[in-house]
Structure formats: C-alpha cells, structure tokens
Design a protein around this ligand. Structure first.
Ligand code: OSB
Ligand code: MG
Length: 369
C-alpha cells in the first residue's frame, strides 16, 4: 500500500532554442510545473504538468494548473492509499477536466510505483520495445525559406518524419514547397483546429501532397465536421484536441471522425487514461502515436515510455531534448539518434532530475503539507 506524505510543486522556466508558433500562439520560453510525490517510506516520484502559459491549446494555463494542483489535487493525493497508480487516477478523476494538472500527478505516481516495484516504467505500462521512432514538429515560420531551412536541419539530425504546423494563409504553399524539396519525406500537417468547418478546398489540395495525416483541421468539438471531411479525403485525419476523454474516442470511432489518434499524456489526464485510449484504439485497429507539449525531460521520459506500447505504430513527437532546450532538467538529456530514442531499461522513469539545475530555474516552490 502506498501513502503519499508530501507533495512538492515547482514552477520551472526554460528558454526554447527556437521559437515555436502554432495557429494560435507563439512561445520563446516555457514554464512547466514539476510535481514530486514522496511516499511514507521515502520513495519519490516526479511528474510534469506541461501546460502552456495561455489557454489556447487547451483551456488550462500554468496558473490554473498551479491553483488546481495545490487546492484540489494535492489534498486528494495526500488523503489516498493505493496499490496501483490507476487507483489514484480514479480518486483524482472526481476533479473534472484539468487534465494537464492531473497528468503531472498521475505520471509522478507511475514513476514512483514502477521504481518501487523494480520495473521499468515502459514495461509497467505494457510497452514491448526497446526504442521508439521519433519525429519532429515544426512551427509556423516567417517565410517558406525559413521553413525549408528548419526541415533541412531536422532531416540532417536524422529525423525521418516531420510535422508542419498550418493555419489559414500558411498551408498549401509552404507544405507544397517542403514536399517538392523533400519528395520522399514522411510529412504531416497539424492545424490545431484553426479552420472553419466549411473549409474543404484547402484540405482537398493538401490531399494531393502525399501526407501521412492531417491533424485536427477543425475545432475540438466538431467531430461531425471531421467525419464529413474524412469521408471525402484519402489522407487520414488525426485527432488531437478532439479527444480529451476516452469517451471522446468512442464517439470519434462511432462517427468515423478520423483514422489516427494522437495520444498526449497531458491532454488525456495522465498515463492511466493514455494507456486506456491506446487499448481502445488498438481494439479498433486505429494507429496511434504520442504527441508532445514541448515537455522537459521528466514529461518527455514518460512520453518515451508510453510510446513503447504496441499500438504506437507511427513516429511520436518525442524528439531529443536538444530540439527544444540547450540544457534539459534531467542529468542526462533525452537523445535521438537516427530518428530513434532508446527506452530506458532500469526501474522507474530512467531519467534523474538535475535538482541543482532545475532549482536555479525555479520561479516558485511549494511543499504541501
Ligand atoms: O498540437 O501537437 C500539438 C505544441 C504546443 C501545442 C500543441 C501542439 C504542440 C506540438 C509540439 O506539436 C510537439 C512536441 O512536443 O514536439
Ligand atoms: Mg496537435
């Protein structure tokens, strides 16, 4: 039985090596919240709340996560006894929404439990691979030439799948230019829901470019519109923002609103629901991959472990730390070689937080109680 005696929250800021722009917002530095759970017998688990600062990708913000973590999640975790992290996830599920905040606690519980059980996190989750294929996600650039330069840089790094952010006014022209310059590159696009549900022309044009998938063309709740678009395209649609709950996936499958699922630990509310989404997708032969939120090393390590599950048959957005940060918060960075990231084989997360370095970059620290 595990009982958590102490919860620590740290708001940590790191600068990005390269600015990142999506259809909705731009980032140059990121603040994430690290969650530390300490059990009554002294075991420690780390998790990451990888919310964006503003409510543009999801409704959550760093401030909302900080408030919910301290006022609602920490009291639940401090009052619970559990044998398996899924029991703690069930306790936390009485908090509606707030998935990024919950995900940090859930992942910390998994890290602690897998370490205590002497099992690598990947194996504890049901993973069966010792390395995972990684892609990169590239933001909107000021010019097509800047974008081509970014793609060339990442291809030279060894990445073999590239995702391009699109938005109205930045779609067919830049994507076609990348396709012409890199005819054989596995390429996909992500609109982050930026198009109105009656926009079809752009997607018919993108349909000609041999893309692996078109991610989240329409608004999160527009599942019927996604189904109508999927019916007229050859390119698979991939859902991201539309699937926050496992039940959303049930709806999407019933409506045939997409053929691929991006599973994000943060968006789903933790590793526990992420594994459930994987299992459901797999039972419907729907391929999945692991999306990212520019996680620091702690959240990234959880993403790598999750990506080792058998249904993750497409490359994940689990690029090496160097794509994002000059120095990561783990003692060893996550490394991508030739497009592959190794899955740790030691008990627990397999990466150690670099406490002195992350302390230097901590804006606020709270210990409860
Ligand atoms: O939609 O996948 C997304 C980053 C911020 C907000 C939304 C998204 C993203 C990414 C980043 O694509 C992927 C990564 O972590 O490399
Ligand atoms: Mg996305």
């Amino acid at each position: 039985m595990i009982k958590i005696d102490r919860v620590e929250l740290r708001r940590v800021e790191l600068p990005l090596v390269h600015r990142f722009q999506t259809s909705s917002h731009e980032s140059r530095a990121l603040e994430h919240i690290l969650v530390t759970l300490t059990s009554s017998d002294g075991a420690v688990g780390w998790g990451e709340i990888a919310s964006a600062s503003g409510p543009y990708y999801s409704a959550e913000t760093v401030d909302s996560c900080w408030a919910v973590a301290g006022s609602f999640l920490a009291p639940i975790v401090l009052g619970a006894s559990w044998e398996h992290p899924s029991e703690l996830a069930a306790d936390m599920a009485k908090v509606r929404g707030n998935h990024f905040a919950r995900a940090g606690f859930d992942a910390a519980a998994w890290a602690l439990w897998s370490e205590q059980s002497g099992v690598p996190l990947a194996e504890a989750l049901g993973g069966d691979r010792n390395r995972v294929e990684a892609g990169v996600s590239l933001g909107i650039e000021p010019t097509v030439d800047d974008l081509l330069e970014q793609v060339a840089l990442r291809v030279a790094d060894g990445y073999r799948r590239v995702k391009l952010k699109i938005a109205p006014g930045w779609d067919v022209t830049p994507v076609r230019a990348v396709r012409v310059a890199f005819p054989d590159l596995p390429l996909h696009v992500d609109a982050n829901g930026a198009y109105p549900a009656d926009e079809i022309t752009v997607f018919r044009q993108l349909d000609e470019l041999g893309l692996l998938m078109i991610e989240q063309p329409y608004a999160p709740r527009a599942l019927v519109a996604h189904a109508a678009l999927q019916a007229v395209l050859d390119t698979p649609l991939c859902l991201d923002e539309s699937v926050e709950e496992v039940d959303d996936l049930t709806t999407a499958l019933r409506l045939e609103a997409g053929r691929i699922l991006n599973i994000k630990v943060s968006r789903m509310g933790g590793l526990t629901p992420a594994v459930r989404a994987h299992d459901l997708a797999r039972s419907h032969s729907m391929p999945v991959w692991c999306g990212g939120m520019h996680e620091f090393g702690i959240g990234r390590a959880a993403n790598v472990a999750l990506s080792s599950l058998p249904g993750f048959t497409l490359p994940s957005d689990v690029s090496g730390s160097a794509k994002y940060y000059a120095r990561d918060i783990t003692t060893a960075p996550i490394v991508c070689t030739g497009g592959w990231v190794d899955v740790p084989t030691v008990p627990g997360l397999g990466y150690t937080p670099d406490v002195p370095f992350l302390t230097e970059n901590t804006l606020t620290h709270q210990a409860i109680p």
